[in-house]
Structures are given as structure tokens and as C-alpha cells.
Design a protein around this ligand. Structure first.
Ligand SMILES: Cc1cc2nc3c(=O)[nH]c(=O)nc-3n(C[C@H](O)[C@H](O)[C@H](O)COP(=O)(O)OP(=O)(O)OC[C@H]3O[C@@H](n4cnc5c(N)ncnc54)[C@H](O)[C@@H]3O)c2cc1C
Length: 252
């Protein structure tokens, strides 16, 4: 099967720990906490790739740290600051840590990982994401050439979760609200993709719940005949499964 790296090889996060301190906590919308982390150890942090990730450690399970995967939304190598946007989905060590995060708290991270190089071969790029992948979608669209036509479909709980994908790239997403449909997570995304005009000639970034991402990938490859090289699909979490892996490309 063709690779689903969209032109880049997969990169494992570096094992060097970065011991960081919370410098700022913001709530851009009620269900998202944006944490700005800082610390001298960010001097050795590489600029993350679009859609890249870090591993954050939340305590220990025996001899292994309890790790979760997040998107480095903004890295400022001069100020040595890193922003991470946590969705408050409820039960989960990371979600709960973010819900009570305060200035001065400590967090150890590893990374960054990922080598995705988004391309807009025909000048059109489609992002299809839930709220966990909105930070990644922001980094992806900010990496595209100016003038790229961006089509964005975002699934969130309700209208209070709507927020810009980027401060620098103007895009008007189509918002889908789970609260009005009560279906499986990310199922609205599959339906909305199927409703897009068949003639769209685009590159795609699709990231959401792992079962739904497979449905979208199948639709793109089998029904629309999209070249797999033009499709980056990522399962970011799976319903009922804690500690979901960071390398689910939705290909199985
Ligand atoms: C490459 C990559 C980048 C990611 N970037 C981000 C990011 O920037 N921001 C972000 O918020 N998340 C991001 N995620 C998703 C995040 O890693 C998962 O949501 C993770 O499960 C959260 O850890 P937790 O400790 O809160 O919950 P866990 O302990 O992992 O899970 C506990 C329970 O919560 C459920 N659950 C997990 N996530 C959700 C959710 N979103 N909605 C509903 N139920 C859920 C699980 O199915 C499980 O039943 C990313 C994932 C990947 C692979």
C-alpha cells in the first residue's frame, strides 16, 4: 500500500526531556485550554513540522511515564515558548491536568515528532478535523503557499466551540455540531465529506476519531479515486480507548 505520509517520512520524537513551566493559561473557548509553556530547555527544541506532535508526561505508571500526544501549536524559539491547546473532553489524565492547569505548574515533554510536508498540488487543500485536530489543521494551513484555496470542515460539540483555525490564514470553516445530531464522534465529518462536489481536485488532511477517519479515507480512495499520496489521514483518539498511539495513519 502507498505510504500515507503526504510526501514525508515518519519521525519519532526525540527522547530528550524538556522540563517546562506553565507561563500562561487561556480559554479561547469553554472546552479548550491553551497552555503556554516556557523554559531554558526549549533552546534545544526543533521547530515542529506541520501537523507534528509532542509527547507530554503526566506522572508515572510503574517505571514508565504516563504519556499523551499533543500538537505543538506555536513554538517561539526566541521567547522559548510553546503553546499547546488541550480539548477538555472529560475523563483522561491530560484533559484533567489541563482543566486545572495554573501558572507555575510543571510539565515534561518529549519531541517534536512528525515530518509531514503538506502540498497543494492543484492549489486546493481540504482539512477535515474535529476539535483535537484543529491545532494541527492550523499548522498545516499556515504552511501552504499563499493563495491556496482552503476548504475546511470542523466538527465540534456546539457553536460555543467555534474559533479561528489560524490567526494568519483566513478560512471560513463549515462547522458541524455534534450536539444537534447525537451520533458517533466524527460521523458528521464523514457525511460532510461525502457531500462535497465530486469534481474537487485537492490534497487532503483528515484527522479525528479513529473509526471515522477510516470511513473518510475509504471514501476518498475508493469512491473519489483520490491518489493516496494526496491524502494524510490520522486517527487522533479512539472512543473507549485511553492512551491512543501517535502513529495511526488510518490505513488498515
Ligand atoms: C498526532 C496527534 C496530535 C494530537 N493533538 C492534540 C491536540 O493538539 N489537542 C488535543 O486536545 N488532543 C490532541 N490529540 C488527541 C489526544 O492525544 C487524545 O484526545 C488523548 O486521548 C487525550 O488524553 P487523555 O489523557 O485526556 O485521555 P485518555 O486517557 O487517552 O482517554 C480517556 C478516555 O477519553 C476518551 N477520549 C480521548 N480523547 C477524547 C476526545 N477528544 N473526545 C471524547 N473522548 C475522548 C478516550 O476514548 C478514553 O475513553 C492528538 C493526538 C495525536 C495522535
Amino acid at each position: 500500500m502507498a505510504s500515507n505520509t503526504g510526501g514525508g517520512a515518519k519521525r519519532r520524537p526525540r527522547r530528550t526531556p524538556h522540563e517546562l513551566t506553565v507561563k500562561q493559561v487561556q480559554r479561547p473557548v469553554p472546552r479548550v485550554v491553551r497552555v503556554t509553556l516556557g523554559g531554558e530547555s526549549l533552546a534545544g527544541f526543533d521547530q515542529p513540522s506541520p501537523g507534528g506532535h509532542i509527547k507530554a508526561a503526566f506522572g508515572w505508571e510503574g517505571e514508565r511515564p504516563t504519556m499523551r500526544t499533543y500538537t505543538p501549536r506555536r513554538f517561539d524559539p526566541e521567547q522559548l515558548e510553546l503553546d499547546i491547546e488541550f480539548v477538555l473532553h472529560g475523563d483522561g489524565v491530560a484533559s484533567q491536568w489541563a482543566a486545572s492547569a495554573e501558572v507555575g505548574d510543571r510539565l515534561t515533554i518529549f519531541g517534536p515528532g512528525g515530518r509531514y510536508k503538506p502540498q497543494a498540488r492543484s492549489g486546493v487543500f481540504v482539512v477535515v478535523v474535529d476539535e483535537t485536530a484543529m491545532p494541527a489543521a492550523g499548522t498545516v494551513i499556515e504552511s501552504l503557499p499563499a493563495g491556496t484555496r482552503i476548504i475546511a470542515i470542523c466538527e465540534v460539540e456546539d457553536p460555543s466551540d467555534e474559533r479561528p483555525l489560524s490567526q494568519t490564514v483566513e478560512v471560513a470553516p463549515r462547522w458541524l455540531h455534534r450536539s444537534t445530531h447525537h451520533g458517533e464522534p466524527s460521523a458528521l465529518l464523514s457525511t460532510a465529506v461525502a457531500e462535497l462536489p465530486p469534481e474537487i481536485d485537492a490534497d487532503w488532511f483528515v484527522a479525528c476519531e479513529a473509526t471515522a477517519v477510516r470511513a473518510v479515507r475509504r471514501h476518498l480512495l475508493e469512491d473519489r479515486g483520490v491518489d493516496p499520496e494526496r491524502v494524510q489521514t490520522r486517527g487522533y483518539w479512539r472512543r473507549g480507548q485511553s492512551d491512543y498511539p501517535d502513529h495511526d495513519y488510518g490505513e488498515d
